[in-house]
Structure formats: C-alpha cells, structure tokens
Design a protein around this ligand. Sequence first.
Ligand code: ADP
Ligand code: MG
Length: 320
Amino acid sequence: MTLAPVPGRRDAPATRLSGRPAVRAVSGSVVGRHHQVELLVAVLDCGAHVLLEGPPGTGKTTLLRAVAAAGEMPFVFVEGNAELTPGRLVGHFDPSRLLETGYRPDVFVDGPLVEALREGALLYVEEINRVPEETLNVLLTVMSEGELHVPRLGRVLAADGFRLVAAMNPFDIVGTARISSAVYDRVCRITMGYQSAEDEAEVVALRAPQVGEAWRARVVDLVRRTREHPDIRIGSSVRGAIDTVRLACSLGGLRELPPESWRTGLDAATVALSGRIRLQESCGRSPEAVVRELYEAVFGAEPTEDDGDDAGERGAPGGA
Ligand SMILES: Nc1ncnc2c1ncn2[C@@H]1O[C@H](COP(=O)(O)OP(=O)(O)O)[C@@H](O)[C@H]1O
Ligand SMILES: [Mg+2]
C-alpha cells in the first residue's frame, strides 16, 4: 500500500538569522570566536549546510547552540554513534498501533531527521564521523535533494530553514576516514582550533568562577602544556581546566584548605587530567607522572614545612 506524499510544513515560518544582530547576540554568550561566529551566521543565512571541525572541547556545541538561540531557530540534536541506524534517524511506524490501523501517517513516529525536515530546523549531528555509512547516505540524499522518501509514508520535504550542521573531531580515529568526499562536497567547513590562553581562562571563569584569577590562569597554563609535552599524544581541552578548578574547590572544602593549596591543586589536576591525556605508547610513563611533572613546572615543587600554610596537608602524593 502506498499513501499520498506527506509534505513537510512548507508554510512554516522562515527561520533566518538577521546578520549583524545575530552576531552580536551570539558574542554575548560565547567567549571570543568572533571570526567563527560571523562565518557560521553567514553560512546558515545563505542556506548552506555546515561542518564544524575541531578537537573535543573547542566549543563547537556551544557555538552552534548560541547561534541557533540568537536566530530563534528550532534545533534538533543527534548524537552520532554506531547505533544511529537509518531507522533511528528517520523514524518508525509505532508497532503497537500498526496492527489496528495499518501504515497511516499518524502512526509514524518522527525521528530527528523527519522532525527537523518538517519544522525547518537545524539538525545538529555530533561526531558525524561515527555515524554508520548507510545512515550517512540518508543524510547525503537529503542534502542534495532537499527531501526524503520514507517507505510507506511518502515524501517529506525540507521546510524552509532546514540545514544540516555536523561536528567532528578530525583526529578521532573512529571512522574519520569514512567522511567521504561526497559529504565534504555538500557542506561548508569551519575549523575550530584551541583558543588563546586569555580566552580559555575566561571560559573557565564562566564555568568555574570560584577561584582567584591568577591561580585560574596557571591551571589554564598547565592544561595548555599538555598539548605540547613530547610524551603526550593528545592533550586536554579546556574541559580539563574547568574540572581541575571545580575539583580543587570541592576537595579544598573537604580538607578545609584553600583550593589553591599545593597538594589539593595537584590531586585535582591529576584526577581531572590523567584520563584526558593520551600518552605516546613508547614513553613508558604513567599519565599521573606526566601531570605531576607539568604541575611542578607551573606551580613549583612541593613546599616544605616552613614554606607555608599547606605544608601540613595530609594525603599521599598524587600518584607519581
Ligand atoms: N568559546 C567558548 N565560550 C564559552 N564556553 C566555552 C567556549 N568554548 C568552550 N566552552 C565551554 O567548554 C566546554 C566544552 O565546550 P563544547 O561546546 O561542549 O565543545 P565541543 O562541542 O567542541 O566538544 C563547555 O563547558 C563549554 O561551555
Ligand atoms: Mg560537542
């Protein structure tokens, strides 16, 4: 049985960012990134699909959410992973109602793609490189045709405003190669590198405001050094700095010590960073040892008894 085509809501209000005001609005909630904000607003304004490419924690999701909010654009979020089958992306007929009603449009449960098409929304696919090939092919068809054919449901047209916005980490070993030239041929690409030390400190201040500026700047310095250390293959993003500060605060609270005390800072950095960094396999060291080396390079060696208030602190060294 074939049913009449189901159009998307072509009458849905057009969702357009209005250039400069949108750029200004986004800049209020995103630290730095003026160039990328401008590029992203322009890409979406002209109706193109876009790929944000950069390491984890570089603010891809933050930027996109801010742009969508500023433009009051509906936004559908999908986590890209191996379980995102075409069926999950597109939707399915509710099996419990199928028996009594048959394949009727109102029995169809919209998946994120159909929802985004009908609403003229931004479909944000995180980690698009992890999406299975056959699911990518569905997205490719939608990008080039502007419509989707769903068996037994019919055609779903893309309402005005529909755009695919994808993100990926170019260094992710899981399936990055599968992002074929066919995908690249259909998207504009904006790269997101790490921000400056000043911007990263501002990001940390937003997410973890409880500590002094000077100490925060040193935590950011420590985290940035993980990206340059010869024994480290993959360093930490700004998320590692946010967690170090938060953890130092809660640990300091438990110990009734300032978060900035030497050992509390070391323990916080070790727990926050040792799993985030990936070592060179040949280096033969533990991540804890490398974090401690970097910590001592930034904060100095452990103070002795005479040196100050945190000398009497208890607890074993941070695992070096
Ligand atoms: N430019 C920025 N402005 C404000 N917050 C940011 C910025 N960059 C990163 N962050 C913060 O850092 C964390 C990671 O950002 P996120 O957008 O999730 O990165 P990604 O999607 O690239 O992995 C979040 O807590 C986010 O709020
Ligand atoms: Mg993200």
